[in-house]
Design a protein around this ligand. Structure first.
Ligand code: APR
Length: 250
């Protein structure tokens, strides 16, 4: 399949589902997971901080890392890739209702929402909220500029943890079940800016393929999905979406 065919197929698709990864936020200045950690955090791997063991071992250190990432994402801006996905969402939903477009993201930076995407399914949680370790209550983090961790639960007063799915933890089963259903029903699945290494997110595209849908990938590099995709564009998220949606160049 070539770009022109992929464009017209996407344009005609009645049900579109999208999975994004850290790559779509790279152009907003947010480092991807496979990028080396920098500065003070250079000596840590994300796996050494984003895990229940790391948190129980040193909650202050883990909260310091997340508070820093929270400040970073609140200073970042959505980029053209985020904005084009919000535009595609508006187009598809205007034509076919809310079920015509579903955005699923592995990202926790909240940039899709700030770009105008209505209700992305956040498989791995969000940096913008915290969850009570005692009663499970979830509340937004306060202003990033003045936030000093750890937040306290507004319901029971207990210490709260980052509302993130850590390595070794299960994804929220209702969110995952809905994502799996939408990928199964999709005519076209767009997989953008993810290394397709971490399951179950990396397996969503196969649900579309196994039900006769088409999988399009946008990534500057090849991934384990590339060979299984109907169309794979070696491009950044913003460049690839511009070409795939025939959007006017920025
Ligand atoms: N546009 C699109 N893709 C890009 C860009 C860009 N400008 N820059 C880099 N990429 C691609 C890289 O080639 C890579 O394939 O984005 C991908 C980023 O991969 P990862 O860093 O592995 O991020 P992701 O796939 O989202 O990781 C999945 O793993 O670490 C866990 O829970 C964490 O959600 C994360 C999950």
């Amino acid at each position: 399949m070539n770009l022109a065919e992929a464009r017209s197929t996407l344009q005609a698709a009645r049900r579109v589902v999208v999975l994004t990864g850290a790559g779509i936020s790279a152009e907003s200045g947010i480092p991807t997971f496979r990028d080396a950690q920098t500065g003070h955090w250079a000596r840590f791997r994300p796996e050494d901080l984003a895990s229940p063991d790391a948190y129980h071992r040193d909650p202050e250190l883990v909260w310091e890392w997340y508070a820093g990432r929270f400040r970073d994402v609140m200073q970042a801006q959505p980029n053209r890739g985020h904005l084009l996905l919000a535009e595609l969402e508006r187009q598809k939903r205007a034509e076919g209702g809310s079920d015509a477009f579903t955005l699923v993201t592995q990202n926790v930076d909240g940039l899709h929402q700030r770009a105008g995407s209505a209700a992305p399914l956040e498989l791995h949680g969000t940096l913008l909220s915290a969850r009570c370790e005692a009663c499970g209550h979830v509340q937004p983090l306060p202003d990033a500029a003045t936030f000093t961790p750890p937040p306290k639960c507004e319901v029971c007063g207990h210490r709260m943890r980052p509302h993130i799915v850590w390595f070794g933890e299960f994804l929220p089963d209702d969110v995952l079940a809905l994502a799996e259903l939408q990928f199964k029903r999709a005519d076209v699945a767009l997989i953008i800016g993810t290394s397709s290494l971490v399951y179950p997110a990396a397996g969503l595209a196969d649900r579309t393929r196994s039900h006769g849908g088409l999988v399009f990938e946008i990534n500057p590099d090849e991934t384990p999905l590339t060979q299984r995709a109907s169309f794979s564009l070696r491009a950044t998220a913003s460049e690839g979406l511009t070409r795939l949606m025939e959007a006017r160049d920025a």
